[in-house]
Design a protein. Structure first.
Ligand SMILES: O=P(O)(O)OP(=O)(O)OP(=O)(O)OC[C@H]1O[C@@H](n2cnc3c(O)ncnc32)[C@H](O)[C@@H]1O
Ligand SMILES: [Mg+2]
Length: 203
């Protein structure tokens, strides 16, 4: 049976500041407070699964067990049709530099270099949100946002691969639009809507 979320605070099991900002804003609409994984010094678990839900489950369960508090993890990524869905679950890995830092400009340039020869510009973002309780119970949700990849990348807002993605029905990239607009139509918002319908009390 689906388990309702009755707690008013939860641990957000992410080390990505851009995601944390967006998920915290979604939770704030339901008056749920966020404790960050960073502030608890939680370790970064290895993401060994090959699905978004699988990796979000690893992260959420690790945080819930370590903190003894309900935890929410987000595993997400960018997929390009001409690349058979790559980088997909390896989206963060494509940005990883030898020194451990991330270079998203280089990662976006790699996507463009590999995909430019195909007339198919379709692309999408996916977001798995997984809630985990300290007793091991989990609830998972998957949201997607479909559109096209564009080049050159454009816009300064958002994070990650936002500058090279224009959602269907929009003219601006995720990085050009007002954060509130991205917030209304994103893969993360779609997953959160499912979570809130299943686990949060009606407002
Ligand atoms: O695992 P955590 O600590 O949560 O943080 P992470 O950055 O490693 O997150 P993922 O493993 O889920 O990798 C997701 C990748 O997809 C990118 N990404 C996810 N959502 C995005 C969004 O809304 N806009 C742009 N890029 C996004 C993000 O920058 C990462 O490179
Ligand atoms: Mg990660």
């Amino acid at each position: 049976m689906t388990r309702a979320l009755t707690e008013k605070r939860l641990v957000l099991a992410t080390h990505n500041a851009g995601k944390a900002r967006e998920v915290a804003a979604l939770l704030a609409e339901h008056a749920i407070e966020v404790i960050t994984a960073g502030s608890l010094g939680l370790p970064v678990p290895e993401e060994t699964e090959n699905t978004f839900v699988g990796n979000a489950t690893i992260k959420a369960l690790a945080a819930a067990r370590a903190s003894n508090t309900v935890s929410l993890a987000d595993d997400s990524g960018f997929s390009v049709a001409a690349l058979d869905g790559a980088p997909g679950v390896y989206t963060a890995d494509w940005a990883e530099q030898p020194d451990g830092t991330r270079d998203y400009a280089a990662a976006m340039a790699k996507v463009e270099r590999l995909a430019r020869h195909s007339p198919d510009r379709k692309a999408w973002f996916s977001c798995a949100l997984v809630l985990a309780w300290p007793d091991g119970h989990v609830e998972s949700f998957l949201g997607e946002s479909h559109g096209v990849w564009v080049w050159p990348a454009r816009g300064e807002k958002g994070f990650g691969y936002d500058p090279m993605f224009v959602p269907d029905g929009e003219t601006q990239s995720f990085a050009e639009m007002d954060p509130a607009r991205k917030h209304a139509i994103s893969h993360r918002a779609a997953a959160f809507r499912l979570l809130s319908e299943a686990c949060l009390p009606r407002r």
